[in-house]
Unconditional design. Structure first.
Length: 392
């Protein structure tokens, strides 16, 4: 759909945009401009002249339509782990008489770790309850303060029914927090329609803003001036440059800002968001399903040793497809050596992301041909492909 707007190295089929999106061509120039024309020439005056100070809110408003959010409800900053903490803390403070954070075993570990850390800080009065993904609705009761879920499972691609679970949470007085790490830019999200209290996500996966790009947080419009900011940094103050002794939160979504924004990475995000101006998420979703179905059918036909662990029904799957194999790690390394980049997650999962902005049918067919060849000629079975790297 937009292949020419990305830098994809020659000979590479990139099936890992669910983990780190590729470089948008325009981002290189935009970051260079921020470096030389803004930082270089304007120095500190760029906070005003180049609009650095307002980037978190301005870019939040640009990102909002991608996740179905209203203007003034999204702000950019920090990393997703931090945003999870903020949303959780704010959610818990809305239900002081309840003591359970409910999540599922498919959630990404950092979301669970951040919850554990927050619980300790709060004196262990709150419990983290981890249930099976299919069983979440059965555990939404009057003890649960917050339901914290990731819509798309990072390992299997399993997609939660966000609308149903949010409604069920609300019917039980539970605050809903959705992590959209594998949803934003991958499939249509309707935050305004679904109406959860909070949502968070990152911009370096399907939104292609680069390694370490800042995260986003959404707060429902009726809560933007009420949500309790646990990380009460000066950039979320109502008047950061009054340098008051006491913290008074901004009466807007800006209260979810913490400290100084990563300006250069924001420049990359700005360029990455340009690509979405004329892209329909419905089209992205349809094409992603088409590519994923093609991949599943071809792999099952040509590589019968691999087992699908993603849901077979495309309506219950995000934009990635995962297969298991005991030799998964070595297979992924051997594939990467041949230019087909997917990734591996413990204990035996091979993940492939389908991002129609820069992947087409021809890429999918080529990728399966290479996968089939590696399995048939056993070229994966070499020491160099079994040596674990630190980052997998
Ligand atoms: C990728 C991902 C993260 C990463 O968090 P960072 O703080 O940005 O490193 C967190 N949660 C989920 C669900 C993810 O998929």
């Amino acid at each position: 759909m937009k292949k020419e707007q990305f830098h994809i190295p020659k000979g590479v089929i990139y099936l890992d945009g669910n983990s780190l999106g590729p470089l948008p061509v325009a981002a290189a120039a935009r970051v260079k401009q921020a470096l030389t024309d803004e930082w270089g020439e304007m120095l500190i005056t760029a906070w005003n002249k180049a609009g650095w100070f307002h980037q978190p809110g301005v870019l939040g408003d640009r990102l909002a339509p991608i996740i179905g959010a209203q203007p003034g409800t999204v702000v950019i900053g920090d990393t997703l782990s931090i945003k999870v903490y903020q949303a959780l803390a704010a959610g818990l403070s809305m239900r002081p008489d309840r003591s359970v954070i409910l999540t599922d075993s498919g959630n990404f570990p950092t979301d669970l770790y951040m919850a554990e850390g927050l619980i300790k800080t709060l004196g262990n009065k709150v419990e983290l309850k981890v249930v099976e993904p299919d069983d979440v609705d059965n555990h939404l009761d009057e003890n649960v303060a917050v339901m914290m879920l990731t819509e798309v499972d990072y390992r299997t691609g399993r997609l939660h029914d966000m609308d149903y679970l949010t409604k069920t949470a609300h019917a039980n007085g539970v605050v809903a927090i959705w992590d959209l790490a594998h949803s934003a830019g991958a499939l249509p999200v309707d935050l305004a329609g679904c109406n959860p209290e909070f949502a968070v996500g990152c911009t370096y996966k399907y939104l292609n803003a680069g390694p370490g790009a800042p995260a986003f947080i959404y707060t429902r419009p009726d809560l933007v001036d009420k949500a309790e900011p646990a990380l009460s940094g000066w950039m979320g103050h109502s008047k950061p440059f009054a340098f008051d002794k006491n913290y008074v939160p901004s009466n807007s979504i800006e209260r979810m800002r913490v400290g100084t924004p990563p300006v250069l990475q924001m420049a990359a995000l700005d360029a990455a968001l340009d690509i979405w101006d004329d892209v329909s998420l419905q089209d992205v979703r349809l094409k992603s399903i088409e590519l994923s179905e093609l991949f599943i059918a071809q792999v099952e036909k040509r590589c019968p040793d691999l087992s699908l662990i993603s849901p077979r029904d495309s309506g219950q799957r995000g934009s990635q497809v995962s297969f298991t194999s005991d030799n998964g790690y070595a297979l992924i390394q051997a594939l990467t050596a041949k230019g087909v980049i997917g990734d591996y997650r413990e204990p035996n999962v091979m993940r492939f992301g389908f991002t129609p902005l820069y992947i087409d049918r021809e890429d999918v067919l080529k990728a399966v041909t290479i996968l089939e060849k590696i399995i048939k000629d056993k070229s994966w079975d070499q020491k160099q492909f079994k040596q674990r790297s630190e980052v997998t």
